[in-house]
Design a protein around this ligand. Structure first.
Ligand code: HEC
Length: 411
């Protein structure tokens, strides 16, 4: 019953999280696009009012004409629209989902004792510390260097170095799956905290001084812009990190930290292409390099490249050990599955409240039916057993591999 309720919580929170994230990233994309697509108005009346750029658009049967003021407009209307709930609700729903999925099941999902042997409590504390530390380090970099001349570039380099270090650490502390997700959560926390602690307060100060008839201090606009530019480049990497937990070929490799960095870099380059494109600049190098990086990762992670050690192990183990029949007899396969998988893949699993993905391997039929997936998850990607909680050996993986490659027979 508890597992059933958790599944519903999972579903409802995920649904909410995706919707709020669409609203947030959608409006963020829209404003980046708008800002970069503005043209100088021809109308002298508009120029006289202080409008520096405008845009004409048709959408949903109506014509729209947003205008951006170079400095502040002379008067501010009472009804001024703010954008922050999109961001806050994305963070809140995301954190709730992370708690339900990962923090409540820390022993299963956060910990991989082959990466680092720690208790579930340590893992939860480390996960929370990771979120907070990410923000503190990033914010310190921006505070110290952000306002200096040429600061944008220095901050950009330092933030990049920080992300590289953070990814490396996460992948050496948490299970691959959790490390990827938490990198996304950590960057998304930075994005939301930028809105909460800098962008919105800066805007409030600007509006307050304008309402008081003073001219606003441009530093608030400058700082807000800097943070908002970072958010723009974080979006694609964050969305990949959020989706990655469905794709174990990305996070289960030995050098998974490098895989994550390369894919995130591809995301940044693709975003850069679109940022420039809004200004009418088509620099195809950016997506070209991004596609090259993705192709390199695809080839690097392919079963051909990754499974080679397993195949070698298979032939050496069969010659050294006394494995009798060709390709590993089904009885041996079932022994491995009984020893390493059914703790989580039986009708009443012992290590999990419900069988993982509903896959049952406690019968002959179940094993035969899922042969392809077993091969994929346990041999090629080594994503299963989850966090290798049941200590499967390379020889056992090789045995499953030989069995599958010999036709996955049931005898
Ligand atoms: C500690 C628990 C645990 C153990 C042990 C375990 N699994 Fe899993 N398995 C899971 C969970 C949880 C999921 C669902 C993961 C998800 O939702 O992405 C899963 C999913 C799967 C899937 C479906 C993956 C997909 O995305 O389609 C396969 C296949 C699988 N496991 C095979 C195995 C095999 C084979 C073994 C033994 C070698 C094994 N598992 C051992 C927990 C476990």
């Amino acid at each position: 019953m508890e597992a059933y309720i958790f599944d519903w919580l999972n579903l409802l929170l995920r649904w909410l999280h995706v919707i709020t994230a669409i609203a947030w990233i959608g409006s963020s994309f829209y404003f980046v696009w708008l800002d970069n697509s503005l043209t100088r108005p021809d109308d002298p009346a508009l120029l006289g009012k202080g409008v520096g750029g405008e845009l004409w658009a048709v959408h949903g049967g109506g014509f729209y004409n947003p205008q951006k003021y170079l400095l502040a407009p002379k008067t501010l209307p009472q009804n001024l629209h703010w954008f922050f709930w999109e961001s806050y609700s994305t963070w809140l729903s995301g954190f709730a989902l992370f708690s339900v999925l990962y923090l409540f099941n820390a022993g299963t999902f956060l910990v991989d004792k082959h990466v680092l042997d720690m208790t579930a409590t340590t893992a939860v504390l480390a996960a929370l510390a990771n979120l907070i530390a990410g923000w503190l380090v990033y914010d310190a970099i921006c505070r110290v260097f952000g306002d200096k001349p040429g600061g944008d570039r220095v901050v950009g380099v330092l933030v990049t170095l920080y992300v590289v270090a953070a990814v490396w650490v996460a992948c050496h502390v948490f299970s691959g799956r959790a490390a990827f997700l938490m990198t996304g959560a950590s960057l998304a926390t930075v994005m939301s905290a930028n809105v909460l602690f800098w962008i919105i307060p800066g805007q409030r100060k600007m509006v307050a001084s304008m309402r008081a008839g003073q001219s606003p201090d441009p530093i608030h606009g400058k700082r807000g812009k800097q943070r908002s530019v970072h958010n723009t480049y974080f979006t694609l990497p964050v969305i990949f990190a959020m989706l990655s937990n469905h794709y174990s070929m990305t996070y289960s490799a030995g050098n998974n930290w490098l895989v994550l960095l390369l894919i995130m870099l591809a995301g940044v380059l693709i975003r850069q292409f679109f940022v420039l494109r809004h200004k009418g600049v088509y620099n195809w190098w950016y997506p070209g390099i991004a596609v090259g990086l993705l192709l390199a990762v695809i080839v690097w992670m392919s079963p051909l490249m990754q499974a080679r050690p397993v195949v070698v192990a298979a032939s050496s183990s069969s010659s050294s050990s006394s494995s009798s029949s060709e390709g590993g007899a089904f009885a041996q396969v079932q022994q491995v599955i009984q020893a390493r998988c059914i703790q989580c893949h039986a009708a009443k699993p012992t290590l999990m409240p419900v069988p993982g993905k509903g896959i049952l391997l406690d019968s002959k039929d179940g094993v035969l039916q899922h042969a392809q997936q077993i091969y994929q998850q346990a041999v090629v990607q080594k994503a299963m057993p989850l966090g290798n909680m049941t200590n499967i050996t390379d020889d056992e993986r090789a045995l499953l591999g030989k069995w599958f490659e010999a036709g996955a027979k049931g005898e």
